[in-house]
Design a protein around this ligand. Structure first.
Ligand SMILES: O=C(O)CCC(=O)C(=O)O
Ligand SMILES: [Fe+2]
Length: 273
């Protein structure tokens, strides 16, 4: 199946729930606007996507106090179905539809997969509460939406590895979006969109296809440039102290060197010379 056909399936599914999703987004948008759609693709196609996911050994390990997970963006190294699915979510019809649901104009997908692509989280992997980098690779557009499509069959609610939103910060109440099979979660990203993935407590692999949408304008009036900033989970005081220092140091560097001092390797390089 080709990218366009996959996109048509996704588009039709989201369209069929448009009115409900608009309502969900507007009810949540004062905190972290979000909604999710189940059974996004026909089950056999979603199963196929899961079956062609690379093993964690073929992906890039990210392991620090901030996170412990596997990612990949260099999509020509993997089964071509994965690349097609990623880019299906970038189809203009879908981008416009999400814009309509969220009442946000001029959304743009990210062809370079800056921080997008695929991810895999295995036993004991985690992603601590964080704010995503506010901008794109060249720091000229604002990151405004995350699209996270989960494809592990039978991923049980008891397995951990769920998306968590913290609209009142990590000291506040948390909203859990379970990363169930064939579910697409969409969340707004802005100055207050703290989110995390709970530790995986099961000997299995939680697989996700991710896309980020950008815009010329930020979602919230008071949004300011920020680097990806991490916190610890509630109760982990020492770790929290280190992560706060880490974010402010990196933010300090970015005030002097606009694009950072090392290039973020997490992009899809299409012209390999
Ligand atoms: O995997 C997820 O559900 C969230 C991923 C995420 O927040 C990120 O990669 O920045
Ligand atoms: Fe994130």
């Amino acid at each position: 199946m080709e990218t366009k056909q996959i996109a048509t399936l996704i588009f039709d599914k989201i369209s069929s729930e448009k009115e409900t999703l608009k309502k969900k987004y507007s009810e949540t948008k004062n905190g972290i606007g979000h909604f999710y759609i189940d059974n996004v693709l026909p089950e056999d196609l979603a199963m196929k996507i899961s079956s062609v996911f690379p093993s964690k050994e073929e992906m890039v390990l990210k392991k620090s106090l901030r996170e412990y997970k596997y990612i990949a963006a260099q999509m020509d190294q993997y089964d071509s179905l994965l690349e097609k699915v990623i880019y299906a979510f970038q189809d203009q019809r879908i981008v416009d539809l999400i814009g309509e649901i969220c009442n946000t104009k001029s959304l743009e997908p990210d062809e370079n997969l800056y921080a997008g692509g695929i991810s895999l989280m295995a036993y004991e992997n985690f992603l601590n509460p964080h704010l995503d980098n506010s901008h794109d690779k060249n720091r000229d557009k604002w990151r405004v939406f995350n699209l996270l499509y989960y494809v592990t069959p039978d991923w049980d609610d008891d397995n951990g590895g769920h998306l968590e939103l913290w609209p009142d910060g990590v000291e506040g109440e948390q909203i859990t979006i379970h990363s169930r099979f064939n579910r697409l979660a969409i969340m707004a990203t802005h100055q207050g969109s703290w989110h995390s993935v709970s530790p995986v407590t099961y000997q299995g692999e939680r697989c996700c296809v991710s896309n980020y949408y950008f815009s010329e304008t930020p979602l919230k009036e008071n949004d300011q440039f920020h680097v990806t900033s991490f916190r610890a989970r509630p109760g982990q005081k020492a770790k929290d102290f280190i992560l706060k220092m880490d974010a402010s140091l990196r933010m300090g560097i970015r005030k002097v060197f606009k694009k950072g001092i090392v290039e973020n390797p997490h992009v899809y390089k299409k012209d390999k010379e």
